[in-house]
Design a protein around this ligand. Sequence first.
Ligand code: ATP
Length: 608
Amino acid sequence: MSEADATTAAKRPRVQHDDDYEPYIPVAQRRQTKLAKLSAWGSSNGRDNAKEARAMEEEQEDEEQEEERRREKVRRGRALLVEAQEVHSKKASEDAKKTEAEKAEEVDAQILAAIASRKKLASDRELAKGIRFLHRWVPPRYIRARSEEKNQKIRETYHIIVDGEDIPPPIESFEDMKIPQPLLKFLTSKRIIDPTPIQLQGIPVAFSGRDMIGIAFTGSGKTLAFCLPLIMLALEDESKLPFVRGEGPMGVILCPSRELASQTYENVLQWTEVLSNSGSYPRLNTLLCMGGISMGEQSHVLGKGIHIVVATPGRLIDMLEKRKINFDSCKYFCMDEADRMVDLGFEDDVRNIMSFFKRQRQTLLFSATMPRKIQDFAQQSLIRPVLVNVGRAGAANLDVLQVVEYVKQEAKMVYLLECLQKTAPPVIVFSDNKNEVDDIQEYLLLKGVEAVAIHGSKTQEERQYAIKSFKSGAKDVMVASGVASKGLDFNDIQHVIIFSMPKEIEDYVHQIGRTGRSGKTGIATTFVNMNTPEQTLLDLKYLLMEAGQKVPPFLQTIEDPRAAQGGSLKGCPVCGGLGHGISNCPKLEDTQRRQMASHRTSDDKGGY
Ligand SMILES: Nc1ncnc2c1ncn2[C@@H]1O[C@H](COP(=O)(O)OP(=O)(O)OP(=O)(O)O)[C@@H](O)[C@H]1O
């Protein structure tokens, strides 16, 4: 045999050859053969034979018992098979009775359960720490005396849906919330006079020290709802015992992007300065902790006790690991755009951050879009949380007039110029493609439009410059990728133009939400064409219908394959889109693709 043949032979699986084959001999036949052998042998050896015969009998009994066990096993196997067949046919007949929609719902529930079990934010050890509400705040007596029925009526007036145990009452005025006078005066000067629905229910919940999930439309004042309780808590602590160097923070606000973190930091700074400048309240120190800024710039804060940290996840972990700050006395943890944080893959970072807490904390999650999947895992990870939901999670802001137009790819640029004439500046143009963002800016600049651009590949300085010059009114148009969509609060945006429709409807909701903020109205014009996936168009169609907006004829013709199956059309539990179920959710697909890619990368890294 050649070397190659030998190798092939060695690799070949071993097969049973005919000469090795041992036919099966039934037990009875084996016994007979053995007895015959024994009797032939018996005539020559008496005593040994008797011994051997006894052993044979015992062996025979053993074999019989084994045979019986084998038969019993076969019998049981058959019975189980019959039983399984019965169960199977029963399930098949039950399934036959179900509508397609019910079956789809079941599949959705199974997928949701499978992904929900992986997503838990806090460790069980943390959850087991028990319940003790942290604040000493109580609502005014007349509100405490109000019946639950009356409270519920107030909630209904503002379309507030709540869920949870012992829900604190809604409070319809800032005065009744016992907010410090100087701050009240300042808010009034900014035309913040009455609390918005998320504030009038969310602030009492947060003031009461409860864990909370807050969901409300874009531009509805969520920032104040989660910053104010932290400021009040910090004031309370500082008044009791002033913080010294190395102490604090006592609360942290986590944001998914640097832009959002800077904006929230500016707000907190403004509100705390109003209080300390009044002379009646102590100074609170706030640290902005995010990539792209040197901590040296904030050494004046690091040198004192820190009350509040506003951060992005990466830099915060870095600071905690290097022991530049610690969470020894931290008791308030708020995640803004919490769903976004999970979507962007910060889930492990969040878990890591949570592991630095040394004492029981109050945890709050806020967003405009909070699909059921995130709500479910958040519910598992918070302690007796209160859900405060204004409108459907993921619904569009009703103050935005939504216009959807069919524009061919090659005609978009020219049509954009025409669209810019619809309103006065400032205008935001969105595209999810960085190159397209640059192309649009270049085109607008060529046409004499004062435009800035912002996307993930720009440096921190470029991003800051773009935001600053647009906010100040020096530039009329900002061309942006997704980074600028979530949470950023620009003054009085008149018009949002969505140059390329994002695949995920949640992104669309956030993008159009840059206009129509704090009770003002705005316009959003969206370009769609053949390149827009039908699934996205269907989500868009339902969203327009829900918001009572005009559905253009080309969208009306898009049929929902699920409509023929009957049953109610619920939002997708993963992304909140109304036009599809979880089994064909584009966001879930994307997440899984990303996860697989990251597994592959880590496999590659750890390779041979
Ligand atoms: N009670 C109020 N009355 C009027 N305006 C308010 C009130 N509260 C906040 N605002 C203003 O509304 C604007 C939007 O607030 P904010 O940025 O907190 O919205 P948001 O709900 O966080 O939106 P997004 O989901 O887009 O982040 C801000 O300019 C803020 O000053």
